[in-house]
Design a protein around this ligand. Structure first.
Ligand code: CUA
Length: 158
């Protein structure tokens, strides 16, 4: 089979571009850690109800006074819908979704995370002052997206 020399240039050129683009993807994932939020911990989104952690979401206080908040998110609610944490202590949020991508934003703070089914999103922060904060979903997730909200209550440390 005869392939015209100019056709060969285009074929090799296309192959080189593909290699370049896939290489750029792998390089950004490997060298620059372009991953889903936090530490790339996975969880089976179809089995959350039976999961030892996400099947029983809520607030746990550790021995050092820090707090862990486990949140399970689905269309169109956060569980738990009301979260109470102490002021001045480190609060670690761990959350995942059982259906689609949701957002977790604590309004008036810089807490803002994407929540992706299959992954655990985690971040920690300390709330200095007692008060009430609104939590909203900021990723469009369906017809009830605008109804998705929860409440965070930061209480005076006892
Ligand atoms: Cu969940 Cu928008």
């Amino acid at each position: 089979m005869h392939v015209n020399v100019y056709e060969k240039y285009w074929m090799w050129g296309s192959a080189a571009l593909l290699i370049l683009f896939v290489g750029a993807l792998l390089w950004s994932a490997g060298a620059h850690a372009v991953h889903p939020p936090s530490h790339v911990e996975t969880v089976d989104p179809t089995q959350l109800a039976n999961h030892p952690e996400f099947g029983n979401p809520g607030v746990t206080t550790k021995a050092d006074g820090s707090v862990e908040v486990v949140i399970t998110i689905k269309m169109y609610s956060f569980a738990p819908a009301e979260i109470r944490v102490p002021a001045g202590k480190k609060v670690t949020f761990r959350m995942t979704s059982s259906d689609v991508i949701h957002g977790f934003q604590i309004v008036r703070t810089n807490a803002n995370s994407m929540v992706i089914p299959g992954y655990v999103s985690q971040f920690s922060m300390t709330f200095q002052w007692p008060g009430e904060y609104l939590i909203v979903c900021n990723e469009f997730c369906g017809l009830g997206h605008h109804l998705m909200q929860a409440k965070l209550i930061v209480e005076e440390a006892g």
